[in-house]
Design a protein around this ligand. Structure first.
Ligand SMILES: Cc1cc2nc3c(=O)[nH]c(=O)nc-3n(C[C@H](O)[C@H](O)[C@H](O)COP(=O)(O)OP(=O)(O)OC[C@H]3O[C@@H](n4cnc5c(N)ncnc54)[C@H](O)[C@@H]3O)c2cc1C
Ligand SMILES: NC(=O)c1ccc[n+]([C@@H]2O[C@H](COP(=O)([O-])OP(=O)(O)OC[C@H]3O[C@@H](n4cnc5c(N)ncnc54)[C@H](OP(=O)(O)O)[C@@H]3O)[C@@H](O)[C@H]2O)c1
Length: 454
């Protein structure tokens, strides 16, 4: 029997697990957190519960007798790459992109300027971010970026307390968002309306928020050429609809402002808190590759604001010993086979965002993982997998138990899941998330003691 370790219990990890189990591998899935599902739990916005229901598919995969989950085990901290290669014929790295791209402008780290990574993880109850504080006592926020994550941030800031009350937003964030004074969000794009990376339903959803007017200056849409791409064409139609609307006098506003690149986060007072954002005004030029590129006109403006959220894409973090492409922020790989200067690394594979970059919806990872597993299985047929010294499932459990004090298995996760749901039920919420590792371990371990290793 061949054995595989999958590092990362997000969508790409689960899709890879499913494929490997079907090929009769035994699969051990590891995650740094005590809970599975990656960005489905800690990324997808809490007011989109239907999207989160994809976890039912992953739960089915976890029912397979050849599957085990080890939560609370961080590759690079609790276990190393070499230790995994000693125990498994194949290791699939599916550990996502855990940090954010930097703007590289003065003032980026001022108090009141935060990355999307931090803000998203905070409102979603990620244990590492539960104690973060955000300056929500300001009236205006600028969200930098024109992707769906930027839309999520703008929407989360503008949702009314009763719209949030029935969600699984972390309790600490519910309280803070309820008390927030932010009434205006400027959503800032460096390129034009036709280049925005929003998808249609997400852009349209902004116009349906109960207490928020969406503002688009019609002048920004003058002379914009019709894009070839259907999503972008439809985005333009939605933006034109917003531009035609007479503001309904609602208490909150989201303004979409295009052709603006951040130059400096301005600050005030002793601690240098954010007071504004200096931006360059751009025009579009066609680059050599045919893409539209933003070029500064030489004009600038300052947008007064007390909060800046930077949403310009996620980025992978290197793990010791695993070949890393610094420029792209990804594991070095060819079609999912991890590679170093000497070519493919025997028995090592990558899937999901850490393989191809931080783009694509949940479903995109299914094909991505299938492509990786196809190569892994081809290598298995060609006898080119790893040759582990100790491919022993009981040995792995002993090793981890000795090494990781707060190990949570699948039975432990099921106990956490049931407990969180029971906390949410009286208030009509899907769950109340536990955000302290010690709570997660306590609930997860209590159950694991009653069961075996699943
Ligand atoms: C804010 C946000 C909202 C999104 N909303 C949607 C949406 O509404 N709909 C949609 O279709 N797509 C959405 N996406 C995209 C979707 O979440 C991704 O396509 C998908 O999660 C990528 O899957 P992944 O498995 O590669 O990575 P991830 O989901 O990030 O999973 C990686 C896992 O690896 C673990 N890990 C990290 N480092 C280590 C380590 N060293 N050791 C062990 N484990 C580790 C992490 O804890 C995590 O569980 C969103 C993305 C973001 C950022
Ligand atoms: N509801 C959903 O389905 C949902 C929700 C959230 C996320 N997602 C998915 O998750 C993926 C990641 O989303 P994302 O929003 O993080 O990334 P994204 O879609 O790649 O958008 C990133 C945005 O940041 C801008 N940007 C990059 N560098 C910049 C800089 N230096 N200065 C100013 N702007 C800069 C980009 O502009 P340029 O185009 O000019 O480079 C782009 O507008 C996407 O595939 C998204 O669809 C889906």
């Amino acid at each position: 029997m061949k054995r595989a370790a999958i590092i990362g219990a997000g969508p790409s990890g689960f899709y890879a697990a499913d494929q490997l189990l079907k090929a009769e591998f035994e699969v051990d899935m590891y995650d740094a957190l005590h809970t599975p599902f990656g960005l489905v739990r800690f990324g997808v916005a809490p007011d989109h519960p239907k999207i989160k229901s994809v976890t039912r598919v992953y739960e089915k995969t976890a029912q397979h007798p050849g599957f085990r989950f080890f939560g609370g085990v961080r590759l690079g901290e609790h276990v190393t790459r070499c230790e995994l290669l000693e125990r498994y014929h194949a290791v699939v790295y599916a550990y996502g992109t855990m940090t954010d791209n930097r703007l590289g402008i003065p003032g980026e780290d001022r108090p009141g300027s935060h990355s999307a990574t931090e803000f998203v993880a905070w409102y979603n109850g990620h244990p590492d971010y539960a104690d973060r504080r955000f300056d929500l006592d300001r009236e205006r926020a600028v969200v930098i970026g024109n992707g769906n994550v930027a839309i999520d941030l703008a929407r989360m800031l503008m949702l009314a307390p009763d719209e949030l009350a029935s969600t699984d937003t972390a309790d600490h964030a519910l309280g803070a968002l309820r008390a927030a004074s932010v009434t205006d969000v400027v959503l800032l794009g460096r390129r034009g309306p036709a280049e925005a990376a929003f998808t249609n339903p997400e852009l349209r959803e902004l116009g349906a928020l109960a207490r928020t007017d969406v503002l688009v200056d019609p002048a920004q849409l003058d002379g914009v050429a019709e894009p070839d791409d259907a999503t972008r064409r439809r985005n333009l139609e939605i933006l034109r609809d917003y531009a035609c609307r007479t503001p309904g006098g609602r208490t909150h506003r989201i303004e979409l402002r295009f052709l603006r690149s951040p130059l400096e986060v301005l600050g005030d007072g002793e601690d240098g808190r954010v007071r504004g954002l200096r931006v360059a005004i751009n025009r579009l030029v066609t680059a050599a590759d045919g893409r539209m590129r933003a070029e500064p006109t030489g004009e600038e403006e300052t947008i007064e604001c007390g909060l800046v959220l930077r949403s310009i894409g996620y980025r992978g973090v290197p793990v010791e010993g695993i070949p890393f492409d610094e420029r792209r922020g990804l594991i070095r790989n060819e079609g999912g086979r991890v590679c170093d200067d000497d070519g493919p690394c025997r028995g090592e594979y990558a899937a999901g965002w850490i393989k191809r970059g931080p783009s694509g919806v949940i479903g995109t990872n299914k094909k991505c993982s299938a492509d990786t597993v196809a190569r892994l299985l081809a290598d298995a047929d060609a006898d080119k997998l790893g040759d582990p010294a100790a491919p022993d499932d009981a040995g792995v459990l002993e090793w981890l138990d000795a090494r990781v004090p707060g190990l949570v298995t699948w039975a432990g996760w099921q106990a956490i899941d049931a407990y969180e749901r029971s906390l949410g039920e009286p208030a009509g919420r899907p769950r109340v998330k536990l955000v302290r590792p010690e709570q997660l371990i306590e609930v997860g371990r209590a159950e694991a003691k009653k069961c075996t290793c699943k």
